[in-house]
Ligand binder design. Sequence first.
Ligand SMILES: [Zn+2]
Length: 294
Amino acid sequence: MRDNNWLCIICGNQKKSIFYKEKRMPRNKISPGEAVCTGEIGARGRHGKIWKCDNCGFIYQEPTFSESELNIAYKGGTDEIYFEQFKEREYLFEKCLDRIHKFIKPPGKMLDIGCNAGIFLNVARRLGWKTWGIEPSSWAARVARERFELKVKTGVFETARYKPNSYDVITSWDVLEHFVDPVGVLDKMHKLLKKDGVLVLSTINIKSWFSRLLGPHWPWLIRIHLWYFTPKTFKRMVENSGFKVLWMGQQIRWFSFPYLLTRFTGKNFSWMPAISLPAPTGDIIYLVARKKAK
Ligand SMILES: [Zn+2]
């Protein structure tokens, strides 16, 4: 937990202002259902105080749980409905790999941090990468090992042991906003990459048109999202950790229409034809960066 002397992790400034008030905050512990990728619908619209640094504009949430409580919740998370979007997720990751291949090509060693059930790594391996992953959810890591026969460790990246200078590419999709210490995580990623290695990250963009339109009702304002990046603060944090950003853009997610209806209404729409639609909300930014010598 933080005290009032807490300094902005991007610029070191102490002055901050309230960006969004705390909302529907339960005083209970964080549950595994709240800590999975697709999330409990009931978790939406609940969060602690959200602050904005007066100096650099970085936006972040005051945590409403301890790090150990959070890790227990991540460990226990199961997410069967993640696979309902299997086709759309594979398509998205093929596109992402096309982008990565403009800067670095297989063969080579790739590590995916917070790899979930391994859909990304499975596509990357098919395209020629030697792949490894780490995932805190015991369920997801087991699915990655059993369903895709991937080399995936169950555990938390911060405390996992890896050899420095050993990967050509490190990826981490929609994970940075979950770490209690994202700067420490970026430093560790820097150490594990080989010379000139490539880092690929995605995160939510609080400056997207969709976020500005919905304001405090933006669905990504949830307890487990501790950091809310804009393209500017995202780039600055990554560059502060010894990387050169090579490319930054938005990731357009595809959704199956019946899946979306089911998620938002709680009713079953699986009888509908499986039409996929793009969601150009601009909510996800991703970047490709290269390791610089420190
Ligand atoms: Zn700042």
